[in-house]
Design a protein around this ligand. Structure first.
Ligand code: AMP
Ligand code: FE
Ligand code: FE
Ligand code: ZN
Length: 287
């Protein structure tokens, strides 16, 4: 039997880099995690695994364990749902086809939002490209950074509360799979699917949708997250107990893009071990 418990806590399983909407390269993200006292960290960029190699190299030299991950975009009705996927096979054809499709839809969508915004503000597509690293998964945060660079808003937070709000005049939605399909694809790639920030302001997902996600292999909930609200957390903890689910806690660090700091929420060693035991797609990178 391979020793599956060679990692040490504390563990933060949700961090973003320049490969999506974080503001730092993967090595710097892992260095920030290390500086905050973490011994195990995951990289979970939106809809891409392209940052894994750099993160794994960095954690190796920092003496940390690296858990490769991804935050897969999904959509229920018009509401965005994020599914964290851990230890998935990055070469799985089904999941790759889906992330390719989501990422190209994201480019189209960012272009359409930029055209709408350009009607009222001085901004063009090149300003957004200038804020996006080569090959990164583009999103509203990059449009926000372009709006900041042009002096239209102070920071990402202000951009999201005004110009980029889903209720505003400039919002365009992106293509993303149904949450049940998202879970199926993660499981098909040998990964462990966990709903990210499941008790945020939008409220819990409907019970019958969660039932279908469990039937597809949903493993648990990200219970520790600054956007979760207490009432929802109570309900999800009850469900987690009843179903013996995996529960995690993580920062959702985005570098300078959000106030979230590495290690502000962590995941227990027992839960990290359960994720490792359940995954068949990729092994963790041990120090
Ligand atoms: P998108 O997927 O392109 O619609 O953009 C959503 C992303 O924007 C999420 O992954 C968050 O990381 C980020 N985001 C959402 N709200 C804010 C905010 N108020 N400030 C900074 N980033 C945000
Ligand atoms: Fe993000
Ligand atoms: Fe998210
Ligand atoms: Zn995230």
């Amino acid at each position: 039997m391979p020793d599956k418990r060679r990692f040490e806590g504390p563990s933060d399983l949700h961090l973003h880099s320049l490969h999506s909407d974080g503001t730092e390269p993967p090595a710097q993200v892992m260095a920030a995690a290390h500086a905050h006292g973490l011994r195990t960290a995951a990289l979970t960029d939106h809809d891409t695994t392209s940052g894994w190699a750099e993160a794994a190299e960095a954690t190796a030299s920092l003496g940390m364990t690296f858990i490769p991950g991804m935050e897969l975009s999904a959509k229920y009705q018009s509401r965005s749902v994020h599914v964290l996927a851990y230890l998935l096979d990055p070469d799985d054809a089904g999941l790759r086809a889906m992330t390719d499709r989501i990422r190209s839809s994201r480019v189209e969508r960012a272009r359409r939002m930029s055209d709408l915004i350009a009607r009222d503000f001085d901004l063009d597509w090149d300003d957004i490209v200038a804020q996006t690293s080569d090959g990164a998964t583009v999103g509203r945060p990059h449009i926000a950074d372009a709006l900041v660079a042009k002096g239209h808003v102070r920071d990402r937070t202000e951009a999201f509360s005004q110009i980029l709000s889903p209720h505003g005049d400039y919002y365009v939605s992106l293509y993303a799979p149904d949450p049940v399909l998202a879970v199926q694809l993660v499981v098909g790639a040998g990964g462990v699917p966990i709903i990210a920030h499941p008790a945020g302001r939008a409220g819990l997902l409907p019970t019958r949708l969660m039932e279908r996600m469990f039937a597809a292999g949903l493993a648990g909930f990200e219970i520790g997250h600054r956007e979760n609200l207490e009432a929802g957390v109570r309900t999800l903890l009850r469900i987690s107990k009843e179903r013996d689910l995996i529960v995690t806690g993580s920062s959702d660090y985005h570098g300078l893009g959000k106030p979230n700091q590495p290690g502000e929420y962590t995941t227990s060693d027992d839960m990290v071990a359960r994720i490792i035991d359940r995954a068949t797609g990729t092994a963790p990178f041990y120090p």
